[in-house]
Write a protein that binds this ligand. Structure first.
Ligand code: SF4
Length: 326
């Protein structure tokens, strides 16, 4: 065994025995040569199977309020700062959201995430959201998750009372890169909301976007911050540059970087649902199975907030083809 093989094997054994890898080990894993990337992915897969079994968490999203967001996140076509050609709408009526949840349930999807593009809900918008969740609970009966931006403790408690399982609030990127992608709020604002979610006892879904021009070490920095937040779920989005946003000219992240990030995040968070989210279809094309056999154990299906995605049945077939279960 050469030193890279030994490193992967030693770190894997450490994680499998319940220990954490050190920051130095994480740096070395993140810099493993491409020659040993497959070995790194296989080790991440073994960790995934050991702690999470064969189940892939399949979730669908609904963009319940789209566009005109007052924040300036430079990757986001829903920001009011940029001239993008997306259609925009206010909070959808309850009927449309309930119909959507019904369709998701009928096609075998187990969880449904209600997403709104705004800084955070006003009191009246929050009350409206609560009524919608009540309706989905009584008329559909599907696991409801939410992504409503910045919320306070009162709101988090109300969501918990309504049976919401998981709250999504991403860190987006590393602390050292954050000011390059957003100036209307801070990284600490995001951490604070994530902590409120945990404090109230909702499950936390917290991850970010890779491929925005950050360095490999900044991707690791994000991973290490996430470890401290202990998210039950961590979505990894891969930037799809949106027309009209400052990220439009951003070059594509090589697939090796995606695979290495997913694998190392699995070493860092062995029991978390690592969900490959936006950008999966575009960046991984025919290699989407590789991430599900290389550390990831979740996907978003049926499209994203502003871009389309795979058809759900196609995704469910892919999962069973590689011997996993939805
Ligand atoms: S990422 Fe969220 S907060 Fe930022 S502009 Fe888009 S919708 Fe608004």
């Amino acid at each position: 065994m050469n030193s890279e093989e030994s490193l992967i094997s030693d770190c894997k054994e450490k994680v499998l025995s319940g220990q954490r890898i050190t920051i130095d080990e994480a740096i070395l894993l993140m810099n493993i040569s491409n020659e040993f990337l497959q070995l790194l992915s296989s080790a991440a897969n073994e960790i995934t199977r050991t702690f999470n079994g064969n189940v892939v968490d399949v979730e669908t999203l609904i963009n319940a309020k789209k566009g005109t967001c007052p924040e300036d996140c430079s990757f986001c076509s829903q920001s009011a700062f940029y001239k993008t050609d997306i259609d925009t709408y206010k909070l959808l009526p309850a009927k449309a959201i309930v119909e959507n949840a019904k369709k998701a349930k009928e096609s075998g999807i187990k969880s449904f995430c209600l997403v709104c593009a705004w800084r955070g809900p006003s009191d009246s918008e929050f009350n409206e959201i609560c009524k919608i969740i009540e309706k989905v609970n009584t008329e559909v009966g599907i696991e409801v998750n939410c992504s409503l931006g910045f919320i306070n403790e009162y709101m988090a408690r109300q969501l918990k009372k309504l049976g919401v399982k998981r709250y999504n609030h991403n860190l987006e990127t590393s602390r050292s890169f954050f000011s390059k992608i957003c100036t209307t709020h801070t990284y600490q604002d995001r951490i604070d909301t994530a902590k409120i979610v945990k404090k109230i006892g909702l499950e936390l879904c917290c991850g970010g976007i890779i491929g925005m021009g950050e360095s490999r070490m900044q991707r690791l920095e994000l991973g290490l911050d996430l470890v401290e937040l202990c998210p039950e779920e961590c979505p990894i989005n891969i930037l799809v540059p949106q027309k009209g946003t400052p990220m439009e000219p951003q070059t594509k992240l090589p697939i090796e970087e995606i695979l290495r990030t997913v694998a190392v995040f699995r070493f860092l968070m062995p029991r978390t649902i690592l969900k490959i989210a936006g950008g999966r279809e575009i960046h991984l094309a025919n290699e989407q199975e590789k991430v599900l056999l290389g550390g990831a154990n979740g996907i978003i299906t049926g499209g994203y907030l502003t871009i389309g995605g795979n058809d759900s049945q196609e995704d469910l077939m892919m999962i069973s083809k590689i011997g996993l279960e939805a």
